[in-house]
Design a binder for this molecule. Structure first.
Ligand code: ADP
Length: 484
């Protein structure tokens, strides 16, 4: 009821371009669906190329004044945005649960994460430091200044519909860039709520824009326009590659947070209870729909059976259902296609000999899938290479440290990873050799707004968080002075 009231009271049915709340030129709308029930909870404008162009016009026109503002003035507005996110955290959490499906306590944690990013970049705006360095000649001086990249297009995913918007926009805005957000079509309402609060915080018209609609043709309009100087994208590797191609003709700066396929490694000497607890969080958080979710759980021979027994018990004990019901641990998947995808991957693993152990029964409506543990999964199963993005836990057996490194690195992506061991030497050896951007050590979660989050190989390029996240939106300009 709280989320529906918010949609009504905040009138979350218009997009936000140049400081105005607008319908599509065509007046057409797209439905937003509650994945736990399958019914329509709202509509947003079905915008296309012309509205995307208008947003680019606005962001381009707003850039000179915004980028020339004092960093502390931008910081003030970011801080107000942060405070408003906090004031409305319960409302925002309810909205996330309604349109995305995750349990309310996890939605609240998402909002707290969004607040942390807004806070961090409100502070970090003032630290876009340049450099000086010794010249090679006596009558020269060398100065490096930092400049905002320009207009940024931010294409965000549905799994963290609020945090992904803030994690991209806060550093971009702090740096002095103006932004056009294209939120995922499954979850546009959280982005519109963020825009409501951005408006109240006092971002000038055109600095922060949200365009709603389908990827086509908005994606092409944003990536094809010469005035957009950077694309920040979080989503699948296949779409990331396509966007990279689309950005090549205008040579945009890119920040790409793509697919994961995280290895979760449990060594013989691990604290097994801690490893099970960590695997539960890493695998089942957000019903398995995060790019850092354990996608391949590797357990060493000596503890394989003991780990599986404990993990299966914990997995079966989870409650599944509507995220608004207190105590729910697993919500629905985002849509019907997501359910179909996991069914395909599970059928393939089963065909190749994996053992299936199902947990809780399913609610009757909505896009749910049963929590599932798959044991003795062969490493040629499709889910070894593809992200499950579901509450399905494939467990693989391995023998030695070398074996597990070979298995872990035998994929085209490299984002997050997890190691459970009590031997510091072993941990360091594994961490050194894993081809990834993030290593969780005896910990199933790694999120920190000050740390550099991002991947290697086909998991993308660029980092979000900390000063690394600000640097993405800045370009160095080198000034060479002759003192004559
Ligand atoms: P996933 O559903 O795996 O998170 P997607 O990459 O399909 O990942 O979606 C993430 C975001 O990318 C969404 O905002 C979606 O609308 C957008 N998107 C998907 N396909 C395209 C495309 N061809 N061009 C531009 N944006 C796209």
């Amino acid at each position: 009821a709280r989320a529906r009231a918010l949609i009504r009271d905040w009138n979350l049915k218009h997009a936000y371009i140049n400081g105005e709340w607008r319908a599509a030129d065509s007046r057409e709308t797209l439905d937003v669906i509650d994945p736990a029930k399958g019914d329509v909870i709202g509509t947003v404008p079905f915008m296309r190329t012309s509205e995307a162009r208008q947003a680019i016009d606005a962001a381009h026109a707003a850039f000179p004044a915004w980028s020339r503002m004092l960093a502390r003035e931008r910081a003030d507005i970011l801080r107000r945005w942060r405070d408003l996110l906090e004031t409305h955290q319960e409302d925002l959490a309810a909205l996330i649960t309604l349109e995305q499906g995750k349990p309310l306590d996890q939605a609240l944690r998402e909002v707290v994460g969004a607040i942390a990013y807004a806070e961090w970049y409100g502070e970090e705006a003032k630290r876009a430091y340049g450099q000086t360095m010794p010249a090679t000649q006596r009558d020269r001086r060398v100065v490096v200044q930092k400049h905002p990249v320009g207009v940024v297009a931010a294409i965000t995913p549905w799994n963290f519909p609020l945090t992904m918007v803030v994690r991209k926009c806060a550093p971009a805005l702090a740096a002095g860039c103006t932004v056009i957000v294209k939120p995922a079509e499954d979850t546009p309402l959280s982005a519109l709520a963020a825009a409501k609060l951005a408006e109240q915080a006092g971002f000038p018209p055109g600095v922060f824009n949200v365009v709603t609609g389908l990827p086509h043709p908005i994606g092409e309009a944003l990536t094809g326009d010469q005035r957009v100087r950077m694309l920040s994208f979080t989503g699948s590797t296949s779409v990331g590659k396509r966007l990279m191609e689309q950005c090549a003709p205008t040579m945009k700066k890119l920040s790409l947070e793509l697919g994961g396929n995280a290895p979760f490694i449990v060594m013989d000497d691990a604290d097994l209870d801690a490893a099970v607890a960590g695997a539960m969080i890493s695998k089942f958080r957000n019903s398995g729909q995060t790019c850092v979710c354990a996608n391949r759980i590797f357990v060493q021979d000596g503890v394989y059976d003991a780990f599986v027994e404990k993990f299966v018990a914990a997995s079966k004990a989870q409650t599944i259902g509507n995220g608004f019901v207190p105590g729910t641990e697993l919500g629905p998947l985002i849509n019907r296609q997501a359910v179909a995808k996991v069914e395909r991957l599970v059928a393939d693993a089963q065909k190749r000999g994996a053992n299936l152990i199902y947990g809780a029964a399913l609610p009757e409506e909505g896009f749910f899938t049963r929590p599932l543990v798959m044991t003795d999964v062969p490493d040629d199963a499709d889910c070894f290479d593809e992200e499950l993005f579901a509450p399905v836990a494939p467990i693989y057996r391995f023998g030695t440290e070398d074996d597990v490194i070979t298995l872990a690195n035998r994929v085209r992506t490299g984002l997050s990873s997890y190691i459970y061991s009590r031997d510091i030497g072993r941990i360091q050896r594994l961490a050194d050799r894993l081809e990834v951007g993030v290593v969780g050590i005896n910990d199933g979660t790694t999120s920190h707004e000050g740390a550099p989050f991002g991947g290697v190989k086909e998991s993308g390029q660029g980092r979000e968080g900390g000063h690394w996240g600000l640097e993405e939106y800045l370009e160095p300009k080198y000034l060479n002075y002759a003192l004559k």
